[in-house]
Write a protein that binds this ligand. Structure first.
Ligand SMILES: Nc1nc2c(ncn2[C@@H]2O[C@H](COP(=O)(O)OP(=O)(O)O)[C@@H](O)[C@H]2O)c(=O)[nH]1
Ligand SMILES: [Mg+2]
Length: 241
């Protein structure tokens, strides 16, 4: 098995099957780990059906306890590391990240030797389809800010489409991460930077949501913006950011 895709899911019943099947049909040895937070729309049951249809290639983590993109991501990653995969790819289950881009992420990792390959909307060739100009602007501004606050040279610090080399992901020490929500995306970059990991970006097109609803809101955005400072402070006081 070469690549395991980690899909955090909350209410993605409209897209999960197509997303998983597209990943399994890629011309690579692939598997999928779904980390579902007891979605009320039945995503978890569809995931179980997929696991039964594709034995050994689909693993479902039914999370209990507090819900969260960050918490689910950590548990999903830990499950991925129990599988013999060379690369782990995290991505949305709503088809906003195109499964067909996965081979390009893998190729970029092999070409560059980087620890992490980020699918980026903000490098030449990348972009977003049919997003209202206001949301694009907010995302761009937030990213320019995050890049400075985290001290990174990445253009897309809030992309949820990323490939990790197995050893790099294991080296992040997931069990000690603190983010419960989507700001986990920033915590992972911060840690990767502290570990001296090389990160590269390749262009991706962020597609329109095919079904379901975004869980992003102003609270999450603000929390993401303060995250770099909390991580810096915790590092300065000897905490394990
Ligand atoms: N398990 C889990 N997944 C979540 C949660 N919130 C969001 N997700 C998933 O994380 C991915 C990204 O979330 P999404 O709402 O699409 O964010 P957006 O693309 O920025 O609008 C999707 O696959 C969601 O289903 C959560 O609380 N728990
Ligand atoms: Mg999405």
């Amino acid at each position: 098995m070469r690549v395991v895709a980690m899909l955090p899911t909350y209410n993605e019943a409209g897209t999960i099957r197509q997303c998983v099947e597209q990943i399994l049909r890629l011309p690579l040895e692939t598997a999928v780990v779904i980390a579902d937070d007891a979605s009320p729309d039945g995503t978890g049951q569809i995931a179980d059906q997929l696991a039964a249809e594709y034995p050994g290639r689909v693993v479902v983590v039914h999370r209990k306890g507090p819900r969260g993109r960050g918490l689910a991501g950590i548990e999903g990653f830990q499950r991925c590391l129990e599988l013999p995969a060379e690369y782990i790819v995290e991505m949305d289950a709503d088809l906003q990240h195109n499964p067909e881009d996965i081979p390009r992420l893998v190729a970029a990792a092999e070409r560059s030797g980087a620890a992490i390959v980020v699918g980026s909307r903000y490098v030449p060739g990348g972009g977003e389809v049919n997003r209202p100009a206001s949301r694009r602007l907010v995302s761009r501004l937030a990213n320019a800010y995050l890049r400075l606050a985290l001290g990174l040279s990445l253009r897309d610090c809030s992309s949820g489409f990323r490939l990790f080399r197995r050893e790099a992901l294991a080296g992040l020490d997931l069990a000690t991460m603190s983010a419960r929500g989507p700001w986990i995306l920033q915590e992972v970059l911060w840690r990767a930077k502290q570990r001296g990991y090389r990160m590269v970006e390749i262009p991706i097109c962020f597609l329109e949501r095919a079904a379901g609803e975004s869980k992003l809101n102003v609270g999450i955005l603000l929390r993401s913006l303060v995250t770099p400072w909390l991580l810096r402070r915790s590092s300065a006081f000897g905490g394990r950011a």
